[in-house]
Design a protein around this ligand. Structure first.
Ligand SMILES: *Cc1c(COP(=O)(O)O)cnc(C)c1O
Length: 370
């Protein structure tokens, strides 16, 4: 019986062999910690990587979402369309700006926003649409953007799980009006602490977000935009992210290759597998759907394999907000997904033999007639 537990993510393994001392020392020696050369350089590099004109770094992914909604001009009591299976992050931002989530269902295969469901929600005249590229899978973003443009509604891409995902050479974050990233340590591009960014091609939106992240200032001590705050990435995290960004595509390829091994090994089993293992999937999480999830999780745990549920409670079922503060279209696919999704270990640095241990355990589970 193998005794060492396989984790869902290992910061140690994912960051192995990277030199963080040199960039941190450089910042220490500069004696400049906030909004300096490293932040400026990272913003330029990340904008270029994503293929978008402007990048504004912020303190974390959640504030990126909130400031992006404000940047788009979303107001109190406006509706903002979102899916309800993406961990409540978008919902938190919608509530924070005083708007109301308008939940639409997901497509059963990609587990991302269903364009048909989106269309049906537009009668309520939402003022923005948040599209989450969940688990690293690019949503059907081209179709969603085309529906939204026809209706004159801006699209906000939540790319916190999809750094580097692309379709036909176009990257996550470059399809909509504005996009948000998180650099939380477990993300495909992760700092050694909190961090986030907003990218957009629209200069007016970029300028507004730039003001919002620093007290709403137009210049020092002149508050021009309401609802501003302090939301800044610091120089150390920016310096660390600059070390990591050049490796992102390699790490994404490693994640994808693990997902590919799993998909090949599980193809004949009674479970729903990730929809794509192409460039439009960066395997932030390897999520399958099984019938008896508790049983499956228990079995994996008894084989020292970590699993988790992303996410167990749909947004419209969360106890903190009652239904008067949101509106839901039919969410049958969302509710079914919440009952059956389960994540298996998939991260850069996960050893081949651990991937094999996961495969063996899953295959054995089904061969035992589960
Ligand atoms: C992690 C995450 C966020 C929030 O990012 P933080 O940096 O933790 O605030 C937002 N959306 C999605 C989809 C995420 O996975």
């Amino acid at each position: 019986m193998p005794s060492v537990n396989i984790p869902l993510f290992s910061a140690h393994k994912a960051n192995d062999s990277l030199d963080f001392v040199t960039p941190i020392k450089k910042v220490l020696e500069s004696h400049w910690y906030i909004l300096g050369a490293e932040v400026k350089a990272f913003e330029a590099e990340f904008a270029e990587y994503t293929g978008v004109k402007h990048c504004i770094s912020v303190a974390n992914g959640s504030e990126a979402l909130e400031l992006a909604l404000l940047g788009l001009g979303v107001k109190q009591n406006d509706y903002v369309v979102a899916v309800a299976n993406a961990g409540f992050y978008g919902s938190t931002a919608i509530h924070a700006v005083g708007a109301k989530p308008l939940y639409v269902d997901i497509a059963n295969d990609t587990l991302t926003m269903c364009p048909v469901a989106l269309k049906a929600s537009l009668d309520l005249k939402p003022s923005a649409i948040i599209v989450t590229h969940l688990y690293g899978q690019l949503a059907n973003i081209e179709e969603i953007v085309s529906i939204a443009s026809a209706a004159g509604i801006p699209v906000l891409e939540d790319c916190a799980q999809s750094h580097g995902a692309s379709r036909n050479g176009k990257l996550a974050g470059s399809f909509g009006t504005i996009a948000c990233f998180s650099f939380y340590p477990t993300k495909n591009l992760g700092a050694l602490g909190d961090g986030g960014a907003i990218v957009t091609n629209h200069v007016e939106v970029a300028e507004k977000v730039l003001q919002l992240r620093q007290y709403g200032w137009s210049k020092k001590y002149h508050v021009e935009v309401p609802n501003g705050r302090n939301s800044r990435l610091d120089e150390m995290q920016a310096a660390i992210l600059r070390v990591k960004l050049p490796h992102l595509d390699t790490w994404n390829a490693q994640r994808r290759s693990i997902a590919q091994r799993y998909n090949n090994a599980f193809a004949h089993l009674d479970m729903q597998l990730p929809h794509s293992i192409n460039e439009d999937f960066v395997a932030h999480l390897y999520v399958v759907r099984v019938k008896n999830r508790d049983d499956f999780a228990q079995y994996m745990s008894s084989h020292q394999i970590s699993t988790d549920i992303h996410y167990p409670v749909a947004d419209h079922m969360q106890p903190a907000y009652n239904s008067s503060k949101s509106k839901s279209m039919s969410l049958s696919q969302t509710e079914e997904a919440c009952q059956s999704v389960i994540s298996l270990p998939c991260f850069p640095g996960l050893p081949d033999e651990d991937v094999q241990r996961v495969i063996d355990a899953v295959v054995k589970y089904f061969s035992e007639g589960k």
